[in-house]
Design a protein around this ligand. Structure first.
Ligand code: HSE
Length: 421
C-alpha cells in the first residue's frame, strides 16, 4: 500500500444496502483505481444487481487470493466479520470495515494486529456513516483540548423519534419504515436499546481520548423506555427528546460518558437533526463548539465513508491511535452527578433513596415525572432504572460535578414519601 498509484483489488464481503451502494459508487469513480474482484455473499439464491460471476459463497476465494490487496467487510454478523477481518489483517491485507459492533468489542486486538502486521484498518463508516468524525477526532483534536463530544449517532432511533414526535406516527410503524429504508440493524433491538449508539461512542472514546472500554460497560439506555407522556412533558418545558451519546471531560481530567435520551433545547444544534441524519457537537478548549452534520445511515451515505477510506489507503493513511500511543490517555469516571428526569407510572415506583436532591415532581394521573440529581454510580450499579415503565431523560448541561443545582431556588429534599395530589 505504499504507492499512491497502486491498484486496489478489492475482495468485498456482503452485498446488502451498503455493499451494493459501494459497488455502484465505485463504478462511477474511475479515478480511484479500485475494482471489486470478488464478492462473498451468504445467500446465493438472492437476485443481485451485478454480474453473477462476481459472487461466491467461499470466503477463502477472497482471503487466499494474493492479488486481492484490500478486504472491504460490510456484513451484518459481527462474529463472522471478526473472523474475516482478523484473517485478512494477519495475511497482510488492508481492511476497511463498517462493523461498529465488531470493532467496538475487539478494538484492542484489532489495534495489535495492525501493528503486528503493519497494515491499515480503516472504519470511518462505523460511526455516523457519512460524517468524517473518526478521522477528525484522531487527527485534529488534541486530547487536552477536547472538552466534550455529544452526538446523535444512531440514525434509526432519530428517524423513529422524528416520526413519533413530529409526524405523530406510532413507534412500531416508524420502526418498520426505518427497517424498510435500510437504516435499522437486522436486530433492531441494537438500535432501540442504545447498543448501536454505545458501540459507536466507545469507538469515539478511543479516537478522541485514548480510552479502550468494553462498550457494554458504558452506561446506555435507548428509546424503548420512552413514553408519549414524556414527549408531552418535554414539549411543555420547551425541549425535544433525542438519543444522545455523550463524553465530557471533568475538571479532574477524567471523562464522563454514557448514552441516554436527553432533553434538547431548540438552541442546541442537535435539535435540528431529524430523521436518519446524525449530528455531533464537539467542544474544544479554544474553538468552543463545532458541529458535524450528515446522514448517519443508509446505503450511499455509508458507502461514501467506505469510499473515502479506500481513497485514504492509496496514500497509506492509517490510524495512529494518537491519544493512546502518544501522551497520556484519559480515563472514564463514575464520580459525577446527573440532573435527570425519571418518568414512571405511579409514585410508589419512585426510587427516592437514589436522589441527592429532588427539585420538581409532577403527575397527571397517567405518568409521574420527577426531576432531581442522582450520582452516576447509581446507574452503573444496578438496573433499577431499566425496570418496565420507567424512563430516564438527562437534562441539558445535566453532567454536574457537585450534587447541587446552582439554580435550584427551593430544592425539595425528600424525607418520607411524596403523596399524589
Ligand atoms: N443502524 C444504524 C443506525 C446504521 O441506524 O444508525 C448505521 O450505523
Amino acid at each position: 500500500m505504499q504507492d499512491p498509484k497502486i491498484q486496489l483489488n478489492i475482495g468485498l464481503f456482503g452485498f446488502g444496502v451498503v455493499g451494493e451502494g459501494l459497488y455502484k459508487v465505485l463504478a462511477h469513480t474511475p479515478g480511484l483505481n479500485a475494482q471489486i474482484k470478488k464478492v462473498c455473499i451468504k445467500h446465493p439464491e438472492k437476485e443481485r444487481n451485478a454480474p453473477a460471476q462476481l459472487f461466491t459463497t467461499d470466503a477463502a476465494l477472497l482471503l487466499d487470493d494474493a492479488e486481492i490487496n484490500v478486504i472491504v467487510e460490510l456484513i451484518d454478523d459481527a462474529d463472522a466479520a471478526h473472523a474475516i477481518v482478523t484473517t485478512a489483517l494477519s495475511r497482510g491485507k488492508a481492511v476497511v470495515s463498517a462493523n461498529k459492533k465488531m470493532i467496538a468489542e475487539h478494538i484492542r486486538e484489532l489495534i495489535a494486529l495492525q501493528q503486528e502486521h503493519d497494515v491499515p484498518f480503516l472504519y470511518e463508516a462505523a460511526c455516523c456513516a457519512s460524517i468524517p468524525v473518526i478521522r477528525n477526532l484522531e487527527e485534529y483534536y488534541d486530547n487536552d483540548l477536547l472538552q466534550g463530544i455529544s452526538g446523535i449517532v444512531n440514525g434509526s432511533t432519530n428517524y423513529i423519534l422524528t416520526k413519533i414526535f413530529e409526524e405523530n406516527i406510532g413507534f412500531e410503524q416508524a420502526l418498520v419504515q426505518a427497517q424498510q429504508a435500510g437504516f435499522a440493524e437486522s436486530n433492531p433491538a441494537l438500535d432501540i436499546e442504545g447498543i448501536d449508539a454505545v458501540n459507536k461512542l466507545s469507538i469515539l472514546l478511543t479516537h478522541g481520548y485514548g480510552i479502550i472500554t468494553p462498550p457494554l460497560a458504558v452506561v446506555h439506555a435507548g428509546i424503548n423506555t420512552l413514553h408519549k407522556a414524556d414527549a408531552v412533558f418535554a414539549k411543555e418545558k420547551g425541549y425535544e427528546i433525542k438519543l444522545v451519546a455523550q463524553a465530557r471531560k471533568l475538571s479532574n481530567g477524567k471523562i464522563a460518558a454514557f448514552v441516554a435520551p436527553q432533553f434538547v433545547r431548540a438552541s442546541n444544534q442537535l435539535s435540528n437533526v431529524r430523521n436518519e441524519y446524525n449530528g455531533v457537537v464537539i467542544e474544544s478548549g479554544l474553538a468552543d463548539k463545532q458541529f458535524f452534520y450528515g446522514k448517519g445511515a443508509g446505503g450511499f451515505p455509508t458507502a461514501s465513508a467506505v469510499l473515502s477510506d479506500l481513497s485514504a489507503l492509496r496514500y497509506n493513511y492509517r490510524y495512529e491511535y494518537k491519544k493512546l500511543n502518544f501522551g497520556t490517555p484519559s480515563e472514564l469516571t463514575d464520580d459525577f452527578y446527573l440532573k435527570v428526569c425519571l418518568g414512571f407510572k405511579n409514585l410508589t415506583q419512585l426510587p427516592q433513596e437514589r436522589f441527592q436532591q429532588i427539585t420538581e415532581w409532577t403527575s397527571n394521573g397517567v405518568r409521574c415525572h420527577v426531576t432531581g440529581i442522582i450520582h452516576f454510580s447509581e446507574f452503573v450499579n444496578g438496573n433499577w432504572w431499566k425496570q418496565p415503565g420507567m424512563s430516564v431523560i438527562i437534562y441539558p448541561d445535566g453532567i454536574l460535578e457537585q450534587p447541587e443545582l446552582a439554580d435550584a431556588e427551593d430544592p425539595l429534599v425528600l424525607s418520607g414519601h411524596l403523596e399524589l395530589v
